[in-house]
Design a protein around this ligand. Structure first.
Ligand code: NAD
Ligand code: TYD
Length: 335
């Protein structure tokens, strides 16, 4: 089996590549990644010499490149995206380019070359947000994105389904909840808070810190994608959740506890504009149809994540210098 994985130098994509190379020693992987600020070949240092793995630097929106790579692939798994809500609030142009135009370009490449499958990685954020007593999102929840990021992901999902209905392209989509774990870029909640504390800095909690996310450990997500690309039904969407709804303050307190720090390290800062209050995923469909459910409980996932950042200081210290700092200056200046 030949997989064209896009965005494989990012957080979830790099975890997925490592997972697939370990589980299927006869599979061949091509990783197409533009190496934006979030793409990092250090994430894949341990597999770069694997004969079944090849890296290509490039843009998923490059027509000729995508078409050439699709010629030699059975399946495309599309992780490539601009993925951070706060950045989409500062400047959404790259989100439109990659998440919408890039996905469209890959769909064309898959169609022109008769691929066996196009699997698209999406998010629970396309469904909008929930009140405290609302039932969790499921595959039938109407789309209601509220940030430039989630709107661009929703547009991509619609294109993917349009290619199924219009051209019979064999597609599947997974909409997952917030992931956490090793190699997450230190701008998202876990990576930022853990590394700030390791540097002796405070952690910026937005607003009242009571926003709720449904946390999914990244290796559980990889297992779900593996099942969907092998056994999922063509033309279907699968909601993937962590069975782990937690307010941001509880995540913060857990990180403080694991690092032996006190609540004085919390700094309440101005809220994110349009901040979605709660996400939660009902994963009954993938559980009943494909037998998947999350395996990593909260304590275990948090412990493994904190340990990983403690043991990989060079990785995040390199990132948290240079360009990265400019983003933070801009973010707080413009709020
Ligand atoms: P990430 O930001 O860590 O990585 C994205 C990768 O895509 C980077 O390696 C980047 O270089 C690459 N990329 C960006 N633009 C590109 C382009 N034009 N061409 C080729 N490569 C490009 O993201 P992530 O957290 O690993 O997320 C992966 C996917 O999962 C995304 O589609 C995201 O929307 C989705 N998702 C993520 C989460 C989460 O919690 N991280 C939750 C739900 C859905
Ligand atoms: P994030 O990791 O950016 O993911 P998303 O916005 O896609 O859910 O944020 C997770 C939650 O943590 C979200 O409610 C915003 C909050 N948050 C903070 O309070 N402070 C921060 O510095 C960051 C990055 C996030």
């Amino acid at each position: 089996m030949k997989l064209l994985i896009t965005g494989g130098a990012g957080f979830i994509g790099s975890n997925f590549i490592r997972y697939i190379l370990n589980k299927y020693p006869d599979y061949k992987i091509v990783n197409l990644d533009l190496l934006t600020y979030a793409g990092n070949l250090e994430n894949l240092r341990d597999v770069e010499n694997n004969p079944n793995y090849k890296f290509i630097k490039g843009d998923i929106a490059d027509k000729n490149l995508a078409n050439d790579l699709a010629k030699d692939a059975d399946i495309i798994v599309n992780f490539a995206a601009e993925s951070h809500v706060d950045r989409s609030i500062l400047d959404s142009a790259a989100f439109i380019h990659t998440n919408i135009l890039g996905t469209h370009n890959l769909l064309e490449a898959a169609r022109n070359n008769g691929l066996k499958r196009f699997h698209h990685i999406s998010t629970d954020e396309v469904y909008g947000h929930l009140g405290p007593n609302d039932p969790a999102f499921n595959e039938k929840t109407p789309y209601a994105p509220r940030s430039p990021y989630s709107a661009s992901k929703a547009a991509a999902d619609h294109l993917v389904m349009a290619y199924f209905h219009t051209y019979n392209l064999p597609v599947t989509i997974s909409n997952c909840s917030n992931n956490y774990g090793p190699y997450q870029f230190p701008e998202k909640l876990h990576g930022l808070f853990i590394t700030n504390l390791l540097e002796g800095k405070k952690v910026p909690v937005y607003g009242d810190g009571r926003q709720v996310r449904d946390w999914l450990f990244v290796s559980d997500h990889c297992e779900a994608i593996d099942l969907i690309i092998h056994k999922g039904k063509i033309g279907e969407t699968y909601c993937v959740g962590g069975n782990c709804e937690k307010p941001n303050l509880e995540i913060t307190q857990k990180i403080l506890e694991l690092l032996g720090k006190g609540e004085e390290m919390i700094e309440y800062v101005k809220d994110r504009p349009g901040h979605d209050r709660r996400y939660a995923m009902n994963f009954a469909k993938i559980k009943s149809e494909l037998g998947w459910e999350p395996r990593t409980n909260f304590d275990e996932g948090m412990r493994k994540t904190v340990e990983w950042y403690k043991n990989n200081e060079d990785w995040w210290k390199t990132i948290k210098s240079g360009e990265y700092l400019k983003y933070y200056e801009k973010q707080y200046k413009e709020r």
